[in-house]
Ligand binder design. Structure first.
Ligand SMILES: Nc1ncnc2c1ncn2[C@@H]1O[C@H](COP(=O)(O)OP(=O)(O)OP(=O)(O)O)[C@@H](O)[C@H]1O
Length: 493
């Protein structure tokens, strides 16, 4: 499995009007024609992408995010998260900002990463005819260590949980997954969710996000593994891939003294900072080559648990560090740059998320198909065997019938024959006792009597004749009858 580092971008926002008004000076610049940032007089940092004050929203999207969208379509999980102090431009860059920033009247060039990614995703979907896409979105925030569903506000915070699935992937259970069909539909949901997000006005930012927001697009693709239509008919070859794109807008780190936060805002600041501290610790643990197999404290905060797959896991990740150029924010910007620099050492092992259940289903379907074919073959061979047997049986039956008829005919002949012999025998006896026969006549009569006697005893043993049946003798002497009997037995077996 190939290891690829987390890609790190740094974006320096322009000075805001109020900063210009207060005559703030710039202390951070992009070194022209390099990927370097110069802070102060001589601190230089190198990153994967650098964006100065003149960089457009499209520059950021095209360079950092478009490749992630391509990976998403290929089946990889992707994450972009924006990190930086309060008011440094995270929400502006991610584009899930307050309602004013999302409404249709906002110029296209002002739109941030999420609206651009959504637009492009649906463009790709409309051009891809070989794949069935199922797109769902969810939008949650981590507010004071509670998980809130921004698209289903009635959901109790206690019903949303972070879990690991059987493959060890982090999943959010209990948050509503909204099925969507168009970019407009997603934008409406993004707008509604962003309006529900915890934001408030602080001294540092008029629309300061008080929570970490995670907008997730999940795409489930069902595609044909075979390229040609002809091949696809030979066997079922559907492949299922499910991949997720997390857009994470972190709450900004803030110095309580600078923000002037009190009361509820103060409590929020403490929670925000502790979540970000946990994130910093995770980044430090993952980025330090000396602590290779050391414990990574993902479980210290909800946001680090959610980002587990994105930092040191199997997703492709881009971290965008937003910084203020103002000298008044020098320390925070230097800190952010140091974190960003450390994060470049984090290695992920991205994988394509084939749906194993689907592959198993694929296998099972092939198995079922093979079994069905075998059963069909067996059935048809049984049918042909049965028809052969019944054909043979028909022939045997007519043979038996013919033999039975022959036998009955023969028995009748035997009966007549015996009857005649009996008649002749008694006649010869009557003649024998009569006087007046010449000697030669007596001799002839004697030999006829013997012959008649012989025939009588022969016919008496033939079954089917009265005598034979009544005598119960079993050994037939007549050869034809014997043969017929044998034939009959053979046929009956
Ligand atoms: N690149 C930029 N170009 C022009 N204006 C910008 C840029 N980045 C930020 N801004 C402006 O700076 C102000 C603060 O930005 P944003 O609200 O995005 O900060 P943030 O880092 O999300 O703050 P917080 O952490 O408090 O939520 C906004 O008025 C925003 O319009």
């Amino acid at each position: 499995m190939e290891e690829i580092p987390v890609k790190v971008a740094v974006r320096i926002r322009p000075l805001l009007s109020k900063e210009i008004l207060h005559n703030h000076q710039v202390c951070v610049r992009v070194v022209p024609n390099t990927q370097q940032i110069l802070i102060g007089k001589d601190r230089v940092f190198t990153f994967d992408y650098v964006f100065g004050k003149a960089a457009s929203q499209d520059d950021v999207y095209s360079n950092c995010i478009k490749p992630l969208l391509v990976s998403l379509i290929e089946g990889y999980n992707a994450t972009v998260f924006a990190y930086g102090q309060t008011g440094s431009g995270k929400t502006y860059t991610i584009g899930g900002g307050h309602v004013g920033m999302l409404c249709a009247s906002v110029a296209d060039e002002e739109k941030g990463i999420i609206p651009r990614a959504i637009q492009e995703l649906f463009q790709i979907i409309s051009e891809n005819h070989n794949t069935d896409f199922n797109v769902t979105v969810s939008y949650i925030e981590v507010y004071k260590e509670d998980l809130r569903d921004l698209l289903e506000l009635e959901t109790n915070v206690k019903d949303i949980h972070i879990r690991e699935d059987e493959k060890g992937n982090t999943v959010l259970v209990g948050a509503k997954e909204n099925q969507v069909e168009s970019a407009d539909e997603v934008m409406s949901l993004l707008e509604a969710g962003s309006a529900a997000r915890h934001t408030s006005t602080t001294q540092m930012n008029e629309h300061s996000s008080r929570s970490h927001a995670i907008f997730t697009i999940t795409i489930c693709q069902q595609r044909d593994k075979n390229s040609s239509a002809a091949e696809s008919t030979t066997a079922r070859s559907i492949q299922m891939i499910t991949s997720k794109f997390h857009f994470v807008d972190l709450a900004g780190s803030e110095r309580v003294t600078k923000t002037g936060n009190t009361g509820e805002r103060f409590k929020e600041s403490i929670q925000i900072n502790s979540g970000l501290l946990a994130l910093g610790n995770v980044i430090s643990a993952l980025a330090d080559p000396k602590r290779k197999n050391a414990h990574v404290p993902y479980r210290d905060a909800k946001i680090t648990r959610i980002l587990k797959d994105s930092l040191g896991g199997n997703a492709k990740t881009v971290m965008i560090t937003c910084i203020s150029p103002s000298t008044s924010d020098f320390d925070e910007s230097l800190n952010s740059l140091k974190y960003a620099n450390r994060a470049r050492n984090i290695k992920n092992k991205p994988i394509v998320n084939y749906n194993p259940d689907w592959d198993r289903m694929d296998e099972m379907e092939l198995e079922i198909k093979a079994l069905r074919e075998a059963l069909q073959n067996q059935q048809s061979s049984r049918v042909s065997r049965i028809s052969q047997v019944s054909q043979d049986w028909g022939q045997e039956k007519s043979k038996i019938r013919a033999l039975e008829e022959q036998l009955a005919q023969f028995q009748l002949e035997c009966y007549n024959h015996r009857h005649c012999t009996e008649e002749a025998f008694s006649l010869f006896h009557e003649l024998k006792v009569m006087s007046g026969l010449a000697k030669s006549q007596k001799n002839r009569l004697e030999s006829w009597l013997c012959m008649a006697e012989e025939i009588r005893s022969e016919t008496a043993s033939i079954p089917g004749t009265d005598d034979a049946i009544s005598s119960g003798r079993e050994e037939p002497h007549h050869i034809t009858i014997l043969q017929l009997k044998r034939e009959l037995k053979k046929c009956q077996v």
